[in-house]
Ligand binder design. Structure first.
Ligand code: FA5
Length: 358
């Protein structure tokens, strides 16, 4: 065997034996690198006679081309093998769920917030907000409950030390100050719903020192108790997911509405479950009334020109009723088992079309 044939066989054996990119590169450098065996061979052409170069030149060059081709082919084989092994080792099971099961749940109070908002948004109400630490003036005085008015005793108030602005503040005892805030900055027509946190010095199975209320306010040229009743009826049908409800009005007293009315819902509590629209029991739903002209005037709205109605009730109580939760204190104990039992799937946003609580 000629030297050239032996050289070629050795180089091709080294190329074939290369198991990875690094050993293939080493074989390439040994053959075609600056000081590689084939490069050295090609250098010898310079010292040859023209005759000899003519004879050996093509043989050396075709050797170089065959070796370069063999290296390129081996490189492609190694790349394929490496891709195949990645495909094997990195394969994923597409039948697995895309994400781990979500573990958090939506608290029943948040769920009722969302349900309320969805229902009233459908009736054309915007959502309004106010702060938990509220001016005494907005929580009481502008709602026609001046200092020393006996009605202040109806709310067991948490007072807050006087603030830097010199104003007296309280933890709001109801969401009604959002009525004041809205009327002070917006001219009629007004149609808002304000769910939020409220505070009273109160604690037992149906009272919590921190609880949640919703407030509704409508102010327009002509509003009346009929509109108020219709609105609450529509709300109850949607909220309790029933076709029919029956409401009963009781005269009541709130300093900021005149007349004031409390509404009860006909229900049947027999059989350990509550059913609406039938039966001989009544369930307390909300306080309400026609906005007192003095409140309109104190909030910069002309009572000769505009009239309004307002209503408000307890969100925690609605959640207890709808979802059969017996004790309000359990809402705020952060017991994980309780939250898993009564909580709602995080991605099920209540909508009227898609269903409120399903
Ligand atoms: C009010 O707070 C009035 N602002 C409602 C209102 C608004 C009347 C607009 C007229 C016009 P009342 O004090 O009755 O009303 O409270 C309303 C509801 O809040 C109650 O029916 C009850 O469901 C809930 N509530 C009151 N105190 C507590 C408490 N400590 N814990 C849980 N829920 C409470």
């Amino acid at each position: 065997m000629s030297d050239i044939a032996k050289l070629e066989r050795d180089i091709l054996a080294a190329v074939k034996a290369a198991k990875d990119e690094a050993s293939l590169e080493a074989a390439r450098v040994a053959a075609l690198g600056k000081k590689g065996s084939i490069s050295e061979l090609l250098k010898t052409l310079g010292a040859m006679s023209a005759e000899e170069r003519k004879a050996k030149g093509p043989a050396f060059n075709s050797l170089r081309d065959r070796v370069a081709g063999a290296i390129a082919a081996r490189r492609a084989e190694l790349a394929d093998a490496s891709l195949n092994s990645r495909l094997q080792s990195e394969k994923i099971d597409v039948t697995l769920p895309a994400r781990p099961e979500p573990r958090g749940t939506v608290h029943p109070v948040s769920q009722v917030f969302d349900e309320l908002t969805a229902i009233f948004a459908d009736l054309g109400f915007a959502v309004a907000e106010g702060p938990d630490v509220e001016y005494d003036d907005y929580n009481f005085t502008k709602l026609n409950i001046p200092p020393d008015h006996a009605a202040r005793q109806m709310h067991d108030t948490f007072y807050v030390s006087r603030q830097a602005d010199g104003e007296r503040h309280v933890l709001r005892t109801h969401t009604s100050p959002v009525q004041v805030r809205t009327m002070l900055k917006q001219k009629p027509p007004i149609r808002i719903i304000a769910p939020g946190r409220t505070y009273r010095v109160d604690s037992d199975a149906t009272h919590s020192p921190m609880f949640h209320q919703f407030e509704g306010l409508v102010v327009d040229d002509a509003t009346n108790l009929g509109h108020l009743k219709w609105t609450l009826e529509e709300f109850c049908k949607a909220f309790f997911e029933v076709d029919k409800v029956e409401m009963r009005a009781r005269p009541s007293y709130f300093p900021f509405t005149e007349p004031s009315v409390e509404w009860d819902l006909r229900c049947d509590r027999s059989g350990g479950q509550i059913k609406f629209g039938t039966g001989n029991d009544w369930l307390e739903l909300a306080g309400s009334g026609i906005v007192h002209p003095r409140v309109l005037a104190m909030c910069g709205i002309d009572p000769e020109k505009y009239q309004g109605y307002a209503f408000g009730g307890g969100i925690d109580r609605l959640a207890m009723l709808k979802y059969g939760i017996p004790d309000i204190r359990s809402f705020f104990e952060s017991d994980l088992r309780w939250l898993r039992h009564y909580g709602f799937a995080a991605l099920d946003i209540p909508t009227l079309d898609g269903g409120l609580s399903r």
